[in-house]
Design a binder for this molecule. Structure first.
Ligand code: PDD
Length: 286
């Protein structure tokens, strides 16, 4: 497994950053996860645009031009064997070797790290039967629209699901659905798909956009609006979306069946469209 760190390619086990790196000390950095199908990164421009947006919002000067990022991501893909990959890109505010200080250091170069892992999309039994999820209060900060490496809140929340033998934690803030610990959430009620609107309380997923585009293209009734906790609990279907999970049905929430307790008919349609899109578009790099 070959990774890129600050200008060099090396085996992942050999990649080292100083203990003074602000990514390590403060979780001070931004990241992206880009799915790669048949060696082609899917929506790389959109991922890089989101990275630029996060870097700008956290006031971390972007160390590379968009074209340099593209080149780097393609180089990492080329140096790794799997046809389908998940490319991880991280920028931290670098290591100030002189002191630990919350305020930003001056004259410190950011740390740039890119790695690739095999892309593991959900196994067929999860698509056929769905997964379990739990709900929890969303106690994260108020800039969940930024893809930062300060992920302790997300990690604690995801672990709650793992402890309960579930795949994801669905988050509720002030009685409204926000997202999953590492995914976006869609609900279906009486034949209509609904998704929470973009806001500072959730990360707008690249996959979220794809699912909404597919709903438009194929004429599936859908709404983008605030979703109440009561609507989540009465949903006929709940879906999880992310770059690595694609679209996945949730068939139990907090131990109770969602709808009939089986993946629903709208999921079956969306999953079909998504797989078709993957074959016809993503794998061809369009
Ligand atoms: N996470 N919301 C959160 C909090 C996420 O962490 C993610 C993805 C998403 C979905 O975004 P996208 O569709 O662009 O992958 C929403 C990635 C996969 C991760 O942290 O590994």
């Amino acid at each position: 497994m070959t990774v890129y760190l600050n200008g060099e390619f090396m085996p992942r086990a050999e990649a080292r950053v100083p203990a003074m790196d602000r990514g390590f000390l403060f979780g001070d950095g931004a990241y992206e996860v880009v799915p790669v199908y048949s060696r082609r990164p899917f929506r790389l421009e959109e991922h890089l645009r989101r990275l630029e947006r996060t870097l700008e919002a956290i006031r971390l000067p972007d160390p590379l031009e968009r074209s340099e990022w593209s080149k780097l991501v393609l180089e990492v893909i080329a140096r790794n064997a799997p046809e389908d990959q998940s490319v991880y890109v991280q920028v931290s505010r670098g290591a100030d070797m002189s002191k630990r200080n919350h305020a930003f250091p001056e004259g410190v170069a950011p740390t740039v790290f890119v790695m690739s892992e095999p892309l593991h999309t959900p196994p067929p039994d999860q698509i056929a039967n769905g997964v379990g999820a739990i709900s929890a209060a969303d106690f994260r900060w108020l800039r969940c629209d930024l893809k930062t490496v300060s992920l302790l809140g997300n990690c604690l929340l995801r672990q709650l699901a793992v402890d309960a033998g579930c795949a994801e934690t669905i988050l509720l803030r002030d009685g409204f659905l926000t997202e999953g610990a590492a995914s976006n959430i869609f609900v279906v009620r009486e034949g209509v798909l609904a998704a929470p609107p973009r806001s500072h309380l959730m990360l707008t997923g690249i996959t979220y956009d794809v699912v909404l585009e597919l709903a438009v293209r194929h004429g599936m009734a859908h709404e983008v609006r605030e979703i109440l906790e009561s609507e989540l609990r009465r949903a006929d279907e709940i879906w999880i979306t992310s770059s690595t999970k694609e679209v996945l049905p949730v068939t139990a929430l907090d131990g109770k069946p969602v709808g009939a307790g089986r993946p629903g008919p709208l999921f079956a349609r969306m999953y079909g469209w998504y797989q078709q899109f993957k074959t016809e578009v993503m794998r061809r790099g369009r």
